[in-house]
Design a protein around this ligand. Structure first.
Ligand SMILES: O=P(O)(O)OC[C@H]1O[C@H](O[C@H]2O[C@H](CO)[C@@H](O)[C@H](O)[C@H]2O)[C@H](O)[C@@H](O)[C@@H]1O
Length: 383
């Protein structure tokens, strides 16, 4: 049975958060946060300011390629300079591990309704070469299923909403452990939040179940058209992969040789010249073509909170876990609201609006698992 309205027990009610710490270690700390590894050359020094200057549509091809290279390092420095070590140390002080800070997070959320927002690629699933093989692990799937029993939980992703569901479902089929139905209790915000669906049985006050919002629906034919043109224009570039994400298109260059990146960007840019209502952004070894509407993952987060009845509430504690630039819009919303917390999944320091960090999806799985274990125990004994 699900109980998505579970509120984190309040200390005033006599709940001792140290109870969580007293639970078996295997339940609560399956992953010990690793010390930060040496950052690959050039990665963490890229600033958002610098990135945005160079990646607006209309910038030079060479700027795009520079930006792609900056965020996709191929060289790993053998030694780390003192400056870099200091920068890494100060970054971790400012963005501590959410696993290490679990007790404080529980304190901060006491008496409030937690709402979980989870990015997919790089957060729930590890980054792999083939986007069609980016499955969640068995463990992660279980953690997400469990946490969704206690708190409203949304997956917020650049992927096509149906495809994310399919990726999750395929994992179920392959592993033959969980059924897809167990994830029906989640909200899905696909296409960078432009395609929002609620669970069929839920407490969504805006509308019960089904598609809740599609702010870019008028762009559907245009996106299809651009997807087909891009397929054609990039087919001669070895390794390039074009993905139709319904309200946006991804052009992957993870498997494209660096010397071909300029040609790829040139092709994409030349197509977009004929579509001024579309814009080009960049993710992890991917170029993203999106409508120019003012909608992003941050707006999707606000929309979902409003749908759940928490638009102006001070009694809500949204937790957003993500790894990519597109997740920064959501981190920013939380920072501006002064509510909840953003958690960046990253092995290396990055400029971010998130307050805490985790190094890899495995740690995200542990944190999500801890949240549901804690709530299960405290809810049973104290609420
Ligand atoms: O918002 P997200 O859930 O993080 O989705 C962003 C993009 O993720 C996928 O691409 C990324 O993951 C792939 C699989 O690990 C990897 O091969 C690729 O290089 C990454 O960019 C997805 O395929 C894209 O459509 C999403 O926009």
């Amino acid at each position: 049975m699900t109980n998505q309205n579970v509120v984190v027990p309040d200390a005033k009610q006599g709940i001792d958060i140290t109870i969580a710490m007293a639970l078996p270690k295997s339940l609560f700390s399956p992953v010990v946060p690793k010390p930060l590894p040496a950052a690959p050359g050039g990665y963490f020094t890229i600033t958002r300011k610098r990135f945005s200057k160079k990646t607006e549509t209309g910038g030079k091809i060479s700027s795009w390629v520079d930006s792609m290279r900056d965020s996709s390092p191929t060289r790993v420095k053998s030694t780390t300079s003192l400056l870099e070590t200091e920068e890494k140390n100060s970054w971790i002080v400012n963005h501590p591990s959410a696993l290490n800070m679990f007790e404080q997070i529980v304190k901060g959320s006491k008496g409030k309704q937690i709402v979980m927002f989870l990015d997919y690629d790089g957060t729930l699933s590890p980054i792999v070469e083939d986007p069609d093989r980016a499955f969640m692990t068995n463990e992660m799937r279980e953690a997400v299923r469990d946490v969704a029993r206690y708190f409203p939980t949304a997956i917020v992703t650049g992927r096509c909403r149906n495809k994310v569901a399919l990726a999750a479902a395929s994992a179920v089929v392959i592993l033959k452990v969980y059924s897809f139905v167990r994830l029906a209790g989640l909200y899905y915000a696909g296409s960078h939040g432009m395609d929002i669906e609620g669970p069929s049985k839920n407490n969504c006050k805006y509308k019960k179940g089904g598609v809740l919002f599609q702010p870019a629906s008028e762009f559907l034919p245009m996106i299809d058209e651009v997807y087909n043109i891009l397929l054609e224009r990039t087919k001669s570039i070895p390794g390039a992969k074009v993905e139709n994400n319904k309200f946006c298109v991804s052009v992957h260059f993870r498997c494209v040789e660096e010397k071909m990146w300029a040609i790829l960007v040139e092709q994409v840019r030349s197509v977009l010249n004929d579509y001024p209502k579309l814009r080009l952004t960049q993710g992890r070894k991917v170029l993203e073509i999106r409508p120019t509407i003012k909608w992003d993952k941050g707006k999707a987060l606000e929309f979902l909170l409003e749908s759940l009845g928490y638009a102006n509430s001070t009694d809500v504690f949204p937790v957003y876990i993500g790894d990519d630039r597109t997740d920064e819009d959501a981190f920013k919303v939380l920072r501006n609201r002064g509510q909840g917390l953003g958690i960046l999944v990253s092995e290396v320091p990055k400029e971010t609006n998130a307050s805490y960090s985790l190094q890899e999806p495995k740690e995200a799985s542990s944190l999500v698992q801890q949240a549901s274990c804690y709530t299960f125990i405290c809810g049973n004994n104290y609420s």
